[in-house]
Design a protein around this ligand. Structure first.
Ligand code: OAD
Length: 233
């Protein structure tokens, strides 16, 4: 099959070798917290100090991590691939853009962004974000971390669905396949006739849906796969 349009989904595994903790690490905890204690609207309402501080710490840590070979290879694909390409990341770190990817969207939000719960504006944010920070747009003290919590709608779903409908190849990298709607992208892509490939440390929850699965660290697997794609293999 001639490949022209590629959609890539990345998860926490792509940033693991940069030293960013995955979500379902040892004991199923994310940096020592249950995901539901820091990643739900209920948690934000119940303990805003804890939730804001948690994302402040994640944001601060970005300064100490660097893109790894997988991010850099994906950025190379972005530069050199003349066909359609959309890199959809579930990650809230900024390592894909720091590596140079531009055809990129963050479906679960971004650490370096704040969201106004009152007017919905999204503002670039570098510093700490205490609860009740005033929105630069409407002035309401309602800025929150721009993270898509469980039960909230991920960003740009229409654009993603359109790209999946046009994809010849769908590739999933470093994600457990535990969280929908992202976990269902492989089935959508297959339905529209795309070839499907998974690159992950171990088989994901949806492994059986993929036409091909390669197991290993993203920093090793992704550059090899991208070399193959650019060589037209
Ligand atoms: P997970 O932590 O659930 O899964 C990470 C996956 O990466 C696992 O399948 C690991 O085996 C794999 N992995 C770990 N190290 C790797 C490496 N070096 N190379 C390749 N693969 C590796 O993270 P996600 O699937 O990204 O949601 O989690 C999905 C969503 O759940 C997140 O976006 C987040 C979370 O709750 C929100 O924030 C809304």
């Amino acid at each position: 099959m001639t490949v022209r349009n590629i959609v890539i989904l990345t998860g926490a595994g792509v940033s693991a070798e940069s030293g960013v903790a995955t979500f379902r690490g040892p004991g199923g905890l994310w940096e020592g917290h249950r995901v539901e204690d820091v990643c739900t609207p209920e948690a934000l309402a119940h303990d805003p100090e804890l939730v804001h501080r948690f994302y402040d710490e994640r944001r601060e840590k970005l300064a100490g991590v660097m893109p790894n070979a997988a991010h850099l290879a994906l950025a190379r694909l972005d530069r050199e691939w003349s066909g359609g390409l959309l890199l959809v990341t579930q990650n809230v770190d900024d390592l894909h853009e720091r590596a140079g990817s531009t055809r990129l969207l963050h479906m679960h939000g971004e650490l370096k962004s704040a969201l106004c719960a009152a007017c919905g504006v999204r503002a670039a944010w570098e510093d700490s974000l205490p609860p009740e920070t005033e929105c630069p747009n409407c002035g309401t003290p309602a800025l929150r971390p721009d993270i898509v919590f469980f039960g909230e709608m991920p960003y740009q779903m229409e654009r993603i669905e359109r790209a999946l409908g046009e994809a010849d190849l769908f590739v999933s990298i470093g994600t457990s396949g535990a969280v929908y709607p992202a976990a269902g992208f492989v089935q959508t892509a297959r339905y529209h006739g795309a070839a499907t490939l998974e690159l992950n440390l171990d088989p994901s929850a949806g492994s059986l849906w993929f036409g091909e699965s390669r197991m290993g660290p993203a920093g090793a697997l992704v550059p090899i796969w991208i070399e193959e794609v650019l060589a037209g293999a």
